[in-house]
Design a protein around this ligand. Structure first.
Ligand code: GLA
Length: 734
């Protein structure tokens, strides 16, 4: 009766709120999810639906309930445009977050708010859970929001449970369903890419309708685009100004992000596992937990937002995010597949000469029946190639030890080459269509990680390496192929779960590896940056942003990655790509986790001397670079130079990297670069480091106050003759 009256009153346009007492409609319930700076606020409406009423800077006083009355944006015909988790098939007609088919074939869903719970799960981390139920079918959704107080990050995900008799089919099951109030003025920055061309940004104003960013690639899911994005409200945010939301999905497989400017001119963001070629079945009592979607909101521009994310990533997400990392020498570009024990032992000696912590043996060390002399064979046959390495890996680990460097190794354990013993022995482990032609990506196929036997095999690849070589200190885990012709022999008739189960299988393997080997550093690589996300980074200490190591390209690429990932996770190597000087290359690689992939013996004396000195400088600055705050000072997209600064947590030390990106006549840096994040009252000695042996510094050492450095700035004097300059700041007095 009350319901009917409410509907009638709505039609008569009489404000229901005024009559609430009279009609005994449940009081408006407001639930807030807060961080130090932000609030995500929900309201349970008179129909017991959970809607978002606010997402933005936290209000000083608890006045959230007064917000809805201020919006006069037209008719919300369904009452659930701002649903916290939009169900399909009842009254909704916008993009849904969840779509199901019940056991009886009915495809409707309507979610009613039942209760909520809020608890502190660890210091400064609060979890809010909303219980939602369908009125007709026994289906429950728990919606979770985990808020990280001081990092200003919120994670959102759901748990969907079938409590009814018979099978429930989930046809869409998003992790996040956000609602941003605005006035048709939202700016989306997202990324396109390909091999060696990762993270190419595009910014455009969203128009009405739905914009979809997704991946259907399966394993190397980010090859064409990652799930990370930025949405600015009102105008494209800059580093220091503007309202901006930065987010991404913690999932290493197919994802789908939807941005819908709705009929009320507000923005709906839905993110989750891609439901392309996918439906997930839940038997009675079964549930599915969706991956987490992370986001931060900043009203002080993108700089503040990315520092939020970096802190959160280091404190809560990335494996050993607060720890240290190893500098390394990799042999990939120095030898490719062409090496033997003697050559490698010499390179290990070079690693010592250079002064790095570790030697990393890349692809090509395995396979006998089908030797790995090229990228067309042997994946899956993880036995040491006897011709190249007759004495196994052990002797290399031994040599490394003698040279006081650690030893690491490359693997690509999810993959199989058609020319391999594994392929012939276990064709049923391979993802391929039984009756169709095989398509190859880099001459290889992907193993079926939905199959527990395959999971065991992949785990075994890592476990055997460590068992045989207990002193192995580092793994580079590659993933070069996408999934063509998805079909799992193991799943039989349940193919519609394949893409989800692949990633679940991968995580199970990684989980097991981390149980036994909790801290050993592992690099996440995928033919470059084809797989980078915070789902995977919980198991990895760093990632390989791109095979493109041309330092000029890397200035742009690392700049873009830095909106989402902290420097400690970003492996950056000095290689033969690009014809810039060794100094320029090293200065760029020092912005991330420094490594080398060069023939050390071919370096000129001065070049070697420079590298050694730069590594020593890096070791001194590593805490600032790995754990400090990042400030993007001057964008390479808009200036002749790029300038990036890291400030240590205590503001004792800082480093400023500047690179010339425009080589046209007389182009340099005309004005001082204002520094950020310093203590205004402290004095800092500013000194140029990484000066090439025999060259004169281009920057005169001087003491400046933080105040001066932040208000006036200094000119790093970057120009054609000295295209990269690194300045180190050290506090000398309060
Ligand atoms: C991928 C990686 C490279 C290298 C090769 C080896 O392309 O991104 O760094 O390891 O594989 O085959």
């Amino acid at each position: 009766m009350i319901k009917v009256l409410t509907v009638v009153l709505k039609r008569l346009m009489i404000p229901v709120v005024l009559l609430c007492g009279l009609l005994q409609v449940a009081a408006q319930e407001i639930i807030t999810v807060e961080t130090a700076e932000n609030a995500l606020v929900f309201e349970v409406n008179e129909d017991s639906e959970l809607n978002a009423i606010y997402l933005g800077e936290k209000l000083q006083y608890d006045e959230y309930s007064k917000i809805p009355a201020q919006y006069k944006q037209g008719s919300n015909y369904t009452g659930i445009y701002a649903s916290a988790y939009t169900p399909a098939g009842s009254k909704n007609f916008l993009e849904p977050a969840v779509e199901v088919t019940h056991a009886d074939g009915n495809m409707s869903l309507s979610l009613e708010y039942v209760s909520s719970e809020q608890k502190e799960v660890s210091p400064g981390v609060t979890e809010t859970m909303f219980l939602l139920k369908d009125k007709v079918y026994a289906l429950e959704v728990k919606l979770f929001y985990k808020s990280y107080e001081k990092e200003n990050v919120i994670e959102s995900w759901s748990l969907i449970e079938n409590k009814a008799e018979g099978e429930l089919q989930l046809r869409k099951f998003a992790s996040a369903n956000l609602y941003l109030y605005g006035n048709n003025d939202f700016w989306l920055t997202h990324y396109s890419g390909d091999w060696a061309m990762e993270m190419k940004p595009e910014t455009s104003k969203l128009s009405h309708g739905v914009k979809v960013l997704d991946s259907k690639l399966g394993s190397r899911a980010n090859l064409f685009q990652p799930s990370v994005f930025t949405v600015s409200l009102g105008a494209p945010a800059t580093e220091e100004y503007g309202n901006v939301l930065i987010g991404g999905l913690e999932w290493s497989g197919n994802f789908r992000n939807e941005f819908e400017v709705d009929p009320l001119n507000n923005l709906r963001i839905i993110s989750g596992i891609n439901n392309y070629a996918t439906a997930y079945t839940l038997e009675k009592g079964e549930n599915l937990t969706t991956p987490k979607f992370w986001f931060t909101f900043s009203n002080k521009g993108k700089g503040n937002a990315s520092r939020n994310i970096h802190r959160w990533a280091r404190n809560h997400k990335v494996l050993d995010g607060q720890g240290s990392r190893l500098t390394l020498l990799n042999n990939w570009e120095a030898t490719y597949f062409d090496f033997n024990e003697k050559k490698l032992k010499k390179l290990i000696g070079d690693a010592k000469k250079l002064g790095v912590d570790l030697f990393l043996l890349d692809d090509g060390w395995f396979g006998n029946t089908y030797p790995r002399n090229n990228d067309d064979a042997a994946l899956g046959d993880w036995d040491v190639n006897r011709k190249k390495l007759p004495n196994g890996i052990g002797t290399l680990v031994e040599t490394a030890k003698k040279n006081q460097v650690k030893f690491g190794i490359w693997i690509e354990p999810e993959m199989v080459s058609p020319d391999s013993e594994l392929y012939h022995k276990h064709p049923e482990w391979v993802i391929k269509q039984p009756q169709r032609e095989e398509y190859y990506f880099r001459n290889q196929l992907v193993l079926d990680l939905s199959n527990p036997e395959v999971q065991e095999f992949v785990y075994g690849v890592v476990d055997n390496l460590f068992t045989e070589n207990p002193e192995l200190a580092y793994i580079k885990w590659d993933c070069n192929a996408v999934i063509y012709n998805a079909y799992s022999d193991y799943l039989g008739e349940d193919q519609s779960e394949f893409y989800v189960r692949y990633v679940q299988g991968l995580y199970q393997v990684l989980e097991k590896i981390r149980e036994k080997y909790p801290t050993v550093p592992m690099m996440l690589c995928s033919g470059g940056g084809g797989r980078v996300d915070y789902g995977a980074l919980q198991y990895f200490t760093e990632f390989w942003p791109s095979d493109n190591t041309d330092p000029l390209e890397r200035v742009y690429m690392q700049w873009e990655y830095s909106f989402f990932y902290p420097a400690i996770t970003m492996a950056a190597h000095v290689t033969d790509w690009g014809d810039q000087s060794v100094k320029f290359k090293t200065d760029v690689a020092m912005m991330g986790k420094l490594g080398f992939d060069i023939v050390v013996s071919e370096l000129e004396d001065k070049e070697l001397e420079f590298c050694k000195q730069a590594i020593a400088n890096y070791n001194e600055l590593e805490d600032v670079i790995w754990h400090g705050d990042l400030y993007r000072l001057r964008s390479p997209w808009e200036n002749n130079i790029a300038s990036v600064m890291y400030v240590g947590e205590q503001q004792e030390e800082a480093v400023v990297f500047s690179y010339l990106v425009n080589y046209r006549y007389e182009q340099g840096n005309p004005t001082p670069v204002k520094l950020k994040g310093l203590d205004p009252d402290a004095s800092y000695a500013v000194e140029e480091i990484n000066v090439y042996p025999g060259a004169q510094p281009v920057f005169k050492s001087e003491i400046y106050t933080g105040d001066y450095l932040m208000k006036v700035g200094v000119n790093p004097n970057v120009k054609k003759d000295n295209p990269s300059v690194v300045l180190k700041l050290k506090r000398v007095a309060k």
